[in-house]
Design a protein around this ligand. Sequence first.
Ligand code: TYM
Length: 335
Amino acid sequence: KRRVLTGITTTGTPHLGNYVGAIRPAIEASRDPNNESFYFLADLHALIKCHDPKRVQESRREIAATWLALGLDTDNSVFYRQSDIPEITELTWLLTCVCAKGLMNRAHAYKAAVQDNEAEGGADPDKGITMGLFSYPVLMAADILMFNATDVPVGRDQIQHIEMARDVAGRFNHIYKGQYFKLPEARIEESVAVLNGLDGRKMSKSYNNTIPLFVSEKKLLKLIRKIKTNSLEPGEPKNTEDCTLFQIWQAFANESQIADMRQQYENGIGWGDMKNALFELVNDHLKEPRSKYEELMNDMGYVEEVMHKGAEKARAEAGTRIDLLRKTVGFGSFV
Ligand code: TYM
């Protein structure tokens, strides 16, 4: 059986990029009876970027309700909050102690932060680099290795982290002379590995250019109208490449709709018409889950129950594995 695992950091409102890059492929994978699925709210990771407890809590609720509204079947998957599984934090330490510091120096997120910090003279401690940021990939490795995941559906920005998880797994296996951890693989959906946002850069909470999944219809239309285009007039043929509108179209349309839109680009569809068509398409997909989402958010009792059940299932397995790993490193009982 393949083990599919992925998580979303609970610092923001889930957006179309999270959906097509991670949530949609993950939910599809969970419907395949050959897979076992582990999906979670990466709330420990959230503290790396956000020290606002209200924001963290709000985001956890939003992301939990999002997965459920989009149809995750929690009878066929394990769905949990990372912070409910203390074994993950413990495993993080065991991995930290076999992880080369030089490996972490190469992490993109850390390198980008160092650069920003230097650019600003490094004076503001809040902009400084915490140990949390530095160790971020080790925590992520623990998420994956705790459950011996084989397949990790993610967007392209996470590939390096998964390579680091493989590296750490290999080192642990080597040092303690055993096959304790399988080496996980990133599963990337190439067509949507990086969905772009309003300004044409990668859609990201950090760029403030996202289209949240469950905004009202009115807001969705407004945001889609904001997507940056070039200044070609209606009637002039347009290029589908490097076009954010077309990229989002492709992420939601079926094959014949994609072919049809390609033709319309050649025929010179106006940007206004394209935006209206895109709104209709995306809205059709999101209408039902949006109302389910609102229902769940209005009464979190059900979601909380689901999270409890998920934590129980996850801990049952994490507990057994951490016992074995404790013995492996020399923490077994004296008698
Ligand atoms: P995060 O929260 O930044 O993003 C969640 C998932 O969404 C994908 N994604 C995108 N995909 C396509 N286009 C985009 N514009 C886009 N923006 C985001 C991300 O690639 C990711 O798959 N460190 C992770 C969370 C995490 C994790 C894990 C993931 C923690 N532990 C273990 C997998 C396995 C993160 O911050 O993702």
